[in-house]
Design a protein around this ligand. Sequence first.
Ligand SMILES: [Zn+2]
Length: 300
Amino acid sequence: MTEPWPKGIRCACLLTFDFDADVVWAYQGVKDPVSVSMGKFGPKVGVPSLLNLLDMFDIKTTFFVPAWVIENYPAAVEQIVERGHEIGHHGYLHEPGSSFKSLDEEEEKIVRAMEVVTKFCGRRPIGYRAPYFDLSLNTLAILAKHEFQYTSELMDTLVPEYHIINGRKSGMLNLPIHWVLDDLAHMYYHITARKSILTCGQILEHYTEQFEAIHAYGGLFTLVMHPEESGRPSRVLMLKTLIERIKSRSDVWLTSPAEVVKYWQLAHPVLCENSAAPKTTRVRSARIARRCASPQPPRS
Ligand SMILES: [Zn+2]
């Protein structure tokens, strides 16, 4: 694919958030107040600060939120929704996919969390990011069955790609990520996970290097951030500098996952490439393909 993006656009950028609060500690049954407070920083300080930053640049994006976090921090999630951002599915109690004993158990948990998001937002989630980036061998089939339009955890491409499920290309996209664009790789520290905390200068250098290289390649830059870490003041200021650098390029589309998915489905319809698709779906796809013969330019 030589021209993945609309005319005049070299690469697309997504600033996404996994709003985990203290769910990881809850999942592990850890109750010590200091560990839990690391998570509580998200709803108390991180989310409001980051929402203000996003507003400053009129950026809309997705916050992937475990259902347990919605139930425990409804005011913070309400703020996210009110400011125009999408809520994505991020498990119920942030369970890794590999922890489920069966497809039925995993589906029951995915549906339960989906219902919490739907009730809270008034519409069902279309996006999913696997907690810990951990998919089971059943997760994608379950999500496709429940009509999710995209996930965001696979690392094997630099542009969106339709998931292959049971040997067939599905209509569900992956928005690629990588550990180097996950803030926790650079920022996280705990007494049980002693590792270096990079300075904001080093992290900005990491992010900028990735942005410049993905821009040169013509791919999708997907930053994965956690309000519990990226919401600290020095890092919010660092992100402001990063956004200014991204926005200084006129050929970059800084947008939301939902907008990229909408564009990709129209500009690169899955079933144009999937001749083995059922006839009814082919007809629908042909209609979409005609409609998207000249895709609308994206809103930046
Ligand atoms: Zn998470």
